[in-house]
Ligand binder design. Sequence first.
Ligand code: GLN
Length: 193
Amino acid sequence: MKIGVLAVQGDFAAHGRVLEQLGVPWCEVRHPEQLSEISGLILPGGESTTMLKFLFEEGFLEPLRDFARRGGAFFGTCAGAILLAREVTNPHQPSLGFLDISVQRNAYGRQINSFVDRVLSPAFGPPPLEMVYIRAPIITRVGPGVEVLAEHGGHPVLVQQGRCLAATFHPELTEDRRVHERFLQLVESASAR
Ligand code: GLN
């Protein structure tokens, strides 16, 4: 099992360090052909607009759809979650639409650009998950097939639909590995099928 991390912009190196700690083979993904070598793709935090432009220009869109159809798994954090969403507002922008959620970008406003909080997730149990939010989006709608794994302030912040996992916070910037471990289990169960 090899994991790819989209390495255009943003905090892809932090995801790489987590995967190294967990002893998982991984590579930085910059070309669509590389999707054939991996079973899971991480879309990191950063600027979704910049990453989206890159995906368009480098011809990633159809190869990403093929990857999803072949059973590839996705994990998006913050900007990555925005890329996976079906609908994006504030402002509206196109997205991959693999995950049936709507997100509002930069939804916490200027005053609270970044913050850290701890939330107990029923899906993981104690201890609470440490959540780092940086100019984060808010998930404003989840479709019927979407499982909410954690909430913060009444909004879903960690969701899963099929082989797609997304967090509006940054688990790669904390020491808690449970969210990445869940993604790796997802990749393994998808590969086994
Ligand atoms: N504000 C960014 C966006 O809208 C996301 C920020 C992040 O990934 N930390 O794309």
